[in-house]
Design a protein. Structure first.
Length: 380
């Protein structure tokens, strides 16, 4: 069943000199696309309510009755493992009077609404309520929880509010192979830690920043000691995703120390439209799921989910997480917040992409890759 979305606001869109066909010839998306409330409302409906959005990992939902509550912007949802072992997702709202049903994570044999105690089974079916006889004609078609599309992708759990969406595996067939090639132990990983912090910038400002390394030499000195972007990165596009592999540069660096005999994986940095960036850094087996969560026209939250083969938070892992969430993230967030301020300047509307594909250390063609999908979703 398809559920109606809120009508799009009246907003005549002007993409200026943005050219979806040519990164080399294109200008960037206009500045107002990064701060106007009407644009944000269009993105809510045409991008986030129609895209595959990362939520958690299958290791968060091991046993029958396990549940995880998440969000797609303002839409609360719950993912549950049923008694049959299957994962299902539903809108996290009671069919009776719209009270939220569950919070956080846990395990339950029966979903009971805190408001009027309507009950549901973990597979979403209505179980019972006081006074149900008065609603006998209404209940069969309306009382069950409303389902949401769900897919797992290398153990990662994604949802899509659009019941007619093309499967994620069909939109990103190659990325998963690249992830397994980089990290053969991908199936062994479990989600160990989540960090989240606000940023005073539009979500696209943060994504743009993460799709080029033109800024890295000056602004990410420890990263540049760790990996070698000087014409040694290999890019690959795949549907709604791209990846690039980067060689390690220095074992003894200011990011975190590497030992040659302990390197289980190389660096693989990737993207799944619209807002998730899977990251594999050199070293022991791990995965960092970096996600940019829109919270308003000019605000977002950045989230890092850390995956390791076991839940032990060793000193080595804590230092690695600290470098990602404090050093690397802080360096980028300062830049993003300053850019967000600059996007209001009367002296700026559109910039120009620097595209030199044989110089991957500073080419911005994947910023255009991302902006092209935004343009396509909003312009049709």
């Amino acid at each position: 069943m398809n559920y109606p979305l809120i009508p799009a606001p009246a907003c005549p869109l002007d993409a200026g000199r943005f050219d979806p066909a040519s990164p080399e010839g294109s200008w960037t998306l206009p500045a107002e696309w990064y701060h106007e409330p009407a644009i944000f409302q269009l993105e809510r409906q045409r991008i986030f309510f129609k895209s595959w959005i990362y939520q958690c990992h299958v290791s968060d939902l091991k046993a029958p009755g396990d549940y995880y509550t998440g969000n797609v912007l303002d839409q609360s949802l719950v993912i549950l493992r049923g008694q049959d072992g299957d994962l299902r997702a539903f809108f996290n709202v009671c069919s009776h009077r719209a009270h939220p049903l569950l919070q956080g994570q846990g395990n339950t044999k029966l979903i009971v609404c805190p408001y009027h105690q309507w009950c549901y089974q973990p597979d979403g079916r209505f179980r019972g309520a006081r006074g149900r006889d008065a609603l006998k004609d209404w209940i069969p078609e309306n009382a069950d929880l409303k389902p949401i599309r769900l897919e797992t992708y290398g153990g990662l759990v994604f949802v899509n509010l659009d019941q007619g969406a093309v499967p994620l595996a069909d939109q990103a067939p190659k990325l998963l192979k690249d992830m397994y090639a980089c990290c053969p132990r991908l199936d062994d990983l479990v989600r160990v830690k989540r960090f989240e912090r606000p940023v005073a910038a539009n979500w696209k400002t943060v994504v743009d920043n993460n799709h080029e390394c033109y800024h890295c030499a000056v602004n990410h000195k420890s990263l540049m000691e760790l990996v070698d972007y000087d014409n040694k990165a290999v890019w690959s596009d795949d549907g709604i995703t791209f990846t690039h592999t980067v060689e390690p540069k220095q074992l003894d660096n200011s990011a975190y120390k590497l030992k040659a005999d302990e390197i289980e994986q190389q660096a693989l940095f990737s993207f799944i439209f619209p807002n998730v960036i899977p990251l594999f850094f050199p070293g022991r087996a791990h995965l960092v799921m970096f996600q940019i969560l829109p919270t308003g026209p000019e605000t977002a939250a950045i989230r890092h989910d850390f995956f390791f083969p076991d839940p032990e938070l060793t000193k080595e892992r804590q230092e690695f997480m600290r470098w990602i969430t404090q050093t690397l993230a802080n360096e980028d967030m300062v830049l993003c917040e300053q850019v967000q301020t600059g996007l209001h300047s009367l002296g700026y509307r559109q910039g120009k992409f620097v595209v030199q594909r044989d110089h991957v250390e500073y080419s911005e063609h994947h910023v255009h890759f991302f902006q092209r999908f935004v343009h396509q979703a909003l312009m049709g």
